[in-house]
Design a protein around this ligand. Sequence first.
Ligand code: PLP
Length: 360
Amino acid sequence: MPHHKEVANLLAGYRLPPKIPFGVELAPVMYRADFSGGRWQPGGLVPFGPVAVNPAATALQFAQQAFEGMKAYRSSDDRPMLFRPNLNWQRFAKSAARLRMPEVPASLFAEALSAVASGLSKVIPGGRGQSLYLRPTMFGLDPHFAVKGSDNFVFLLLASPSDAYYADPIRIMVERTNCRAASGGTGAEKVGGNYAASLLANENCVAHGFDQSLWLDPSTRKNIEELSAMNFMAIIDGALHTPALSGSLLDGVTRGSLLSIARQMSMQTAERVMPVDELLDDIRRGRCEELFACGTGAIVAPIGTIGEVDGTKFELPVVGQVSLRLRDALLDIQEGKIPDPFGWTIDASDREALCEYISG
Ligand SMILES: *Cc1c(COP(=O)(O)O)cnc(C)c1O
């Protein structure tokens, strides 16, 4: 790639702005690799900037696009540490396959992560909950209106030095009209189209005094699935409950990790069908003490209020007691504050070790 010098200059001259709200500041470099002629071409770091996309490209016309969200944390000895990147790689491949896109091989995924996280390691913010948010993205480039996929794709790894997400407890509204994903659709994949389907409902719930939609299952509209970008958890009679993977909700890395951490803390856990009306009943009767959402961006976001479009609201009696304990335990591992008992963290600067870790 002809960008070595420009990339080196951009990295050398880059300083963090005084404020880095989640996902706003974009790093001055990104990784790019292109898929053409049936294979991935050599990639590399390039200056961050617009990518030429034909307006008739399948990415824009048919939402042939998938992404991931992950974080590099700065360890106490200043290494860029990734958290379970093997799971993001696997999920990215699953999302790509569902949208008829090629797999990004583990070696390419590792190279991109290593190049970006190492290049930016000096500007990974090191405060509690701060990180370098990483956004692998892939989309189809071929321009045509025939409904078929592309043969040419671009894979990008974008980076955003970020503060932790959501300071205040969030208010969620049960979404009983729209669905974000269909049964047999793409709800279990991380694709932009799912988000497009969620935007209007989210705006509607803001207009009703809430922050985010709580989605129900698309078949019966009775059972809780998740939020638009986070999984859902409840503390009921002291146990951690979360909706079982239904095929239309996302198998979050944070969700799975918190379930493991909770079990390690000797908490009972249950992945099960969670009827929303039963949950509201459990809140009314005082059995459900606490609700929270979880995902890579927010880590853990306590929920203070759950309600309905008609204005009915339930305040949770406890906000953040168990959830913030779980958040701390997870962050301690991610930030390398305690020895990692699960083998979940890996230094991104060693590309070969990272590749081995990812391909498992
Ligand atoms: C990314 C995402 C999550 C959270 O997954 P993590 O792997 O924990 O970041 C949950 N729900 C949806 C719809 C998502 O896109």
